[in-house]
Design a binder for this molecule. Structure first.
Ligand SMILES: NC(=O)c1ccc[n+]([C@@H]2O[C@H](COP(=O)([O-])OP(=O)(O)OC[C@H]3O[C@@H](n4cnc5c(N)ncnc54)[C@H](OP(=O)(O)O)[C@@H]3O)[C@@H](O)[C@H]2O)c1
Length: 281
């Protein structure tokens, strides 16, 4: 067993199930101190114990925070900084699809809040620590669902019309626009940022939407890959020496791929950045 991540501290958001769970477990297996962020304290305790038992690594901690809210993200970052003085890897992974338009307590549409603002806000709050720890890495779990999407700044939160699939695809395009813009801004700091598509994965994804979506996921499950396969590119980007210094790329199956041209539009990326900053101010 390689302990290549020994001495490194890693945050994995959405670590209570699916891709995040396996990513956290495998980084713990490589010796990292892993901080699991999730919204259920019961699930977090169970998963932390499972990871400690399965990896024999006692350095597994939890932070319970609802990352769909501004206060939740602030709490997660604050709590981490209270406990630690270094951060080597931030894996932004927590995400969901919302088939019906919902708003968080801040009045922000849930897909935009959880899938985009959470990644953006948590990263901004932890950037000083990542820079101080550099070389450091940010890994953003996006999706090929971004392909064919466009950002409509007049309908950013589905105010005019809402479709769960489109809102989800656009939020995953935002993950890429954010990653590309952040990579430009981080040049020369020693902090890298990359995004990835995990493939179609048999996780708990979609199950927050009731029986119909659960049924669709179950019917599709024979063609889905395992969570182990789904987590492999996140683990690779978080830990492999092969991607040391690599930044601003989109990966699938541990290989760089070209994202949709919409993800490479720096004007859109900057505009999204400015709007996102207003949301977290
Ligand atoms: N599955 C796929 O086919 C697929 C494909 C492409 C991209 N992705 C992306 O992969 C990432 C992980 O998804 P997954 O497939 O592993 O789904 P999953 O099994 O549903 O896991 C999602 C994780 O996010 C957490 N989460 C959800 N809402 C949260 C909130 N408000 N605050 C904090 N944590 C929250 C969940 O916590 P709970 O355990 O409490 O629900 C869970 O730990 C997502 O970004 C998704 O968009 C998935």
């Amino acid at each position: 067993m390689s302990l290549s991540m020994q001495g490194k501290s890693v945050i994995v958001t959405g670590a209570t199930s699916g891709i995040g769970w396996v990513t956290a477990r495998e980084l713990a297996r490589k010796g990292a101190r892993v901080i699991l962020v999730g919204r259920s304290s019961a699930k977090l305790s169970t998963v932390a114990e499972q990871i400690k038992n399965q990896t024999s690594n006692p350095l597994v901690e939890t932070i319970c925070a609802d990352l769909s809210t501004r206060a939740g993200v602030q709490f997660a970052a604050h709590e981490y900084k209270k406990r630690h003085t270094r951060l080597d890897v931030l894996v932004n992974n927590a995400g969901a699809i919302f088939m019906k338009r919902e708003q968080n307590p801040d009045g922000v549409e849930m897909t935009f809040a959880l899938n985009h603002l959470n990644y953006f806000h948590l990263t901004i709050l932890l950037l000083d620590l990542l820079k101080a720890t550099a070389p450091a890495r940010i890994v953003n779990v996006s999706s090929d669902a971004h392909r064919g999407q466009v950002i409509d700044f007049k309908n950013l939160q589905g105010e005019k019309e809402y479709s769960g699939f489109s809102a989800y695809g656009r939020s995953k395009l935002m993950n890429l626009l954010f990653s590309m813009e952040l990579s430009r801004r981080l040049q020369g700091t020693g902090v890298t940022v990359n995004a990835l598509h995990p493939g179609f994965v048999a996780s708990e994804f979609g199950k927050n939407n009731g029986k119909f979506v659960s049924l669709v996921m179950r019917v599709m499950s024979p063609i889905a890959r395992s969570v182990e396969d789904g987590a492999s590119t996140s683990i690779y980007l978080a830990s492999s020496i092969e991607v040391e210094g690599v930044s601003g790329q989109y990966f699938t199956d541990k290989k760089p791929v070209i994202p949709d041209s919409a993800a490479l539009n720096s004007v859109t990326a900057q505009r999204l950045w400015d709007i996102s900053l207003e949301h977290i101010a």
